[in-house]
Design a binder for this molecule. Sequence first.
Ligand SMILES: [Zn+2]
Length: 208
Amino acid sequence: MKILFDGVREFSKNDFEKYKELFKQLSTSQQPHTLFIGCSDSRVVPDLITKSLPGDLFVIRNVANVVPYYRASSEYLATTSAIEYAILILNVENIVICGHSNCGGCKALFLEETELKKIPHTKKWLDLVKNAKVQAEIIVRNMGNTEDLEWLVEQENIIEQMNHLLSYPFVEERYNQGLLQIYGWYYDIGTGLVYNYNQKEKIFEKIE
Ligand SMILES: [Zn+2]
């Protein structure tokens, strides 16, 4: 923990001072332009990879950057409520679903049943990724190259979750009116490269 306490001291002394004016402005309100939905993975740091500052991104992170289908429920819905708040209260203009390489959440889809028993909530959560696995397996079967299965699942999952977003009536409405843009990104940890999904061409293109 020492490293975190030292980090806080360093932040207060240096970083905060550097952005003092910005923090003063942000102390009473926020107006983020983008809702960023990423994986909880420790290696995916939205503000770092987009060079964003405090106030820029409203962030949701969960296992495998998942968007549950829209539904009315009396349960406590973390991801759904954050999407609702970002759109209806903060009026964000963009949503980015950001998946990544070497995703443990996507890999968990391939665990043995005995392993999955240890993580029942994760197992249930990953039901929302299953379709991506099915799609990726079809592509791999057609290509005859199983080595690509891992990143294909990760990328198909991004597309799958982009589709789930449109099950939210207020997302669909704003998207159709051109008031809201939806992006799918794939972050490759080993190279630092980010690929943007081209919805017309149906391919991920390197952002350069
Ligand atoms: Zn992940």
